[in-house]
Each structure stands twice: as C-alpha cells, then as structure tokens.
Design a protein around this ligand. Sequence first.
Ligand code: TRP
Ligand code: SF4
Length: 429
Amino acid sequence: MKVTPWEVEGIVDYSKLIEEFGMEKFEDLLDEIEKPMRLMRRGIIFGHRDYWRIVEAMKESKEFAVMSGFMPSGLPHFGHKMTMDEIVWHNQKGGKAFVAIADMEAHGVRGLSWKKCFEIGMEYVKAIIALGLNENSVIYFQSANEHVKNLAFELAAEVNWSELKAIYGFESETPLTKIYIPAIQAADILFPQLKEFGGPKPTVVPVGADQDPHIRLTRDLAARASIFSFEEIEGGLRIRSRKGSEFLRELESLNFEKKFYEGHVDVFGEKKRIEEEVRKIELEIGGFAFIPPSSTYHKFITGLTGGKMSSSKPESYISLLDKPEEAEKKVMNALTGGRATAEEQRRLGGEPERCAVFELYNYHLIEEDKELEEIRESCKSGKLLCGKCKKYAASLVVEFLRDLQERMREAESRLDEYEIIFPKHVGNI
Ligand code: TRP
Ligand code: SF4
C-alpha cells in the first residue's frame, strides 16, 4: 500500500497505517465522547492525534476550533461529505469552524485555472453550508486569505529541504509551488489560532489518512514557530525558549513557584494552568504560542465500481451535484457483496463487508445503528437480496440529493450570512 498526500494506492490496512504513521487509535477515546457521531461510532474514523484536547474542550465547554480544507480539483462527492459532516458535528458541539478552499493547491499542484478553482470551489462552499455549517464560521479561498499567506511565509522559515524531501518525497524536478504547498496547508491549520481570531485554542483537523504527513509537519512547525516549549518535570513544567534565552525573563511575572536557570525555567504547580499562563505571556510579547493541532483520520471511501473512488471515473462516485436519476443508476450498477445467483445468495448470504452499497449505508445513508444492523443481518442470512437492497439505497440517495441540492440553491442566496473570504479578481489561466 502507498498512502501519501499526492497518491493513494493498493489496499489500505488501517492498523498498519496507525503503526507506521504513529497515530493513536480512535476507539480508545470513544467512551469519553458524549453522543459520538456516526463515523466515530462505526470505526470509520479510526485514528487521531491529541484528540483528548478536543474531548476536554467539549466536556468543559471551552473554546475550540475545527478546521479542514477541500481541494477544488473535482466536484464534491460523498468522500468530501465525510469531512463536511465532521466539521458540522464539531460545530454543533461548540467548535468554531474554519473551512479552506484549497485553490492554491488545485492551481499550483493540479494546474487548474483560477477560474475553474473558483467555480468548483463555490460548489464546496454551497455544499458545506447546505449540510448545516453554522453562520459563525469562516470560509475562505486560500489565495484570498492574507493571514494564511503571511503565516505560510513565516512557517517556511522553520523547515528545510532535506526535511521536505524526507516527508514528501520531493525531487529536484518538483515545482516550487508544490514544495510550498505544505507551508500553505500548515498555515491553514494554524491561522485560527492567530490573535486576530481569538488566539491559541485547541483545533481539530478532520481529514483522510493521506493527509497525516501535513498534520505531522504542522504539529512540529507549531512548536518551532512559537517561543516557549514545555517539558514535564516532577511537580510542574520546564520551560525553554526557542528564540533566545532573553525571553525567559518575561516569565518572572508568572504567579507560580519557579526556579531560573541558564537556559530554562522550572515552574511548579498545576501543569495545565502553567501552560495557559505561559501562552498568555507569549502572546503579549508578540509570539504565536500555538497549541499543536489535533486531528482525526477517516477511512477512504471505496468506489461504487470497486477499487478507488476516482474523479476520472464518474461512475465510481456519486457527486453531490449529480442528477438524482443519474445517481440512482450508479447505485443500481454498483458492485455488491452479493453471490452469483439468487439461489446461492439465499443459501450462503451476502457479504456486506465487501459491498459498496453497504458502505454507502454505513458511511452516509443510515443514521440509526439499529437499522444498519438489521440490514447487515438480513444480508448475511440471505434474507435480503441485492436487487431489493440496491433499490432501497438508491431511493435514499435520491431523497438525500434532492433535499441537499434544494438547500444548496438556497445557500446561494444566504452567502452573506457567513464570513467568506472570496478572491477579488479571478484570472482566466
Ligand atoms: N490538501 C487537502 C486535500 O488535498 C486540502 C487541504 C488544504 C486541507 N488545506 C487543508 C486539509 C487544511 C486539511 C486542512 O484534500
Ligand atoms: Fe450489499 Fe445489500 Fe447485496 Fe448485502 S444485500 S451484498 S448489503 S447490496
């Protein structure tokens, strides 16, 4: 298997991925979450980094953010809907949402014209609004967000070529725009923590597993770009300064027991409170004081025709803009986990775990766990046959798309209720 931000190949083994990338298992946190969303309950969100920060913020009703981005290189489909649903769910749990339309990435890496990036980008904007994003959210095109572009420049100072080569496999032939994209994406993820947006806060980034290299790099950059670093010691924290030891003097005002050394300060007391106070000081003296972002990872969605969902194969996915009748046909033609003949299926039962239609139910179409289990059981026992089952799935898809597309049209007239950063001029090339 090959999983990178630029390429996903082969059959993905998620437990292996957790190990290789060093993610944490999501199921270990599941019990801590009040009313977890569908994708969490069903193990579709399988991994995370530091999600405990978000769990804590939700429990204590503290400020947190949710941020993710969409590359407008193809129309939004059910794969993107997963991320959108995750953003909206965190929104409903009290998180402030930041949504990037990655037009710089689509233009710089995929070569799409700015005009196309804008047109397709708008479909993502309407889709996430139609899916329930709340008005108090920030939606932006990367190319129009000066905060992101300035921060990217700043973060780029903290990473060098050999590191980029090791993480992304860049070569001497790689265009500079592509090399620069990780800095832009890191800035996407960190700008919700800028002073202008309320300062440092836990931020969760829901993404597909292929985006983890960006997350790892961003977590490192968050630390490198900030002044103070923290290390646990007996009874407190050891604080160092990455930007010169003169900054340590600023910690004199801390209201905790502390000991000053040549290159660090040991502070004693409740660790979380010390960290909060130090970040406040850092902000006052002009540092970023970033909190390393948290992330969740969802599984890839399989194509309806088996194999990968690919924007170059329209029959392999349902776009959120498909005509309901077209989508219906795609579902009826989907590869199932059924047997060669009806007789065989009655005798042996179907295989829902290998069925693209069941995956649609599981990821998207059926909210109630009980109903999902009933379908699974009647499939496995041979009571339910694929023809009838596909008809039901198709009817749910049709119903969903009619409703969503209606709400997307309505979203178009409500754009001004949101804080959206649009590009001012859109060139043709
Ligand atoms: N690179 C992501 C993709 O290809 C899109 C993206 C841009 C993104 N900025 C982001 C994802 C910030 C998460 C966070 O899909
Ligand atoms: Fe898939 Fe439904 Fe057929 Fe089972 S009955 S294999 S879930 S289409």
